[in-house]
Ligand binder design. Structure first.
Ligand code: FES
Length: 133
């Protein structure tokens, strides 16, 4: 097991799995100077996504974990674990504007009691790759 916060094969330890073992499984993470938020969704999957809402810049660390994602505390834009915006409550019904909106994401995995984030990957590219898969 490498020391905490040491990159190994492009992955860096960002937290212990136990750090998310709480009623609200969400913590802020700074990775290579990028401010991110790590959370576990209702399917038990991890998301590591940009911390600032692309609407008005609200801090998503104060968002609500609901509907299998993270909802911005200001105006309710809702993001899934890939960083994709999946809902904008103030938009007219049927609007597809949200499909063009996403926050950066970083691939994560759980191993040996820790949560690891992939480094050296452009965050937006990672998001695009996730979407294409
Ligand atoms: S600042 Fe996030 S939805 Fe408006």
């Amino acid at each position: 097991m490498p020391p905490a916060d040491t990159a190994t094969d492009g992955w860096i330890r960002i937290a212990a799995i136990a750090d998310l073992d709480r009623p609200r499984p969400l913590i802020p993470v700074t990775l290579q100077g990028r401010r991110l938020v790590l959370f576990r969704d209702e399917e038990g999957q991890l998301g590591l996504i940009g911390r600032h809402c692309p609407h008005r810049g609200a801090d998503l660390c104060y968002g609500r974990l609901e509907d299998n994602g993270l909802r911005c505390p200001f105006h309710g834009w809702h993001f899934d674990r890939t960083g994709q915006c999946v809902e904008q409550p103030a938009e007219p019904e049927g609007s597809r504007m949200h499909e063009q909106i996403r926050v950066p994401m970083v691939p994560v995995r759980e191993e040996n009691g820790a949560i690891w984030a992939q480094v050296g990957v452009e965050l937006e590219q990672a998001a695009a790759s996730e979407q294409e898969a």
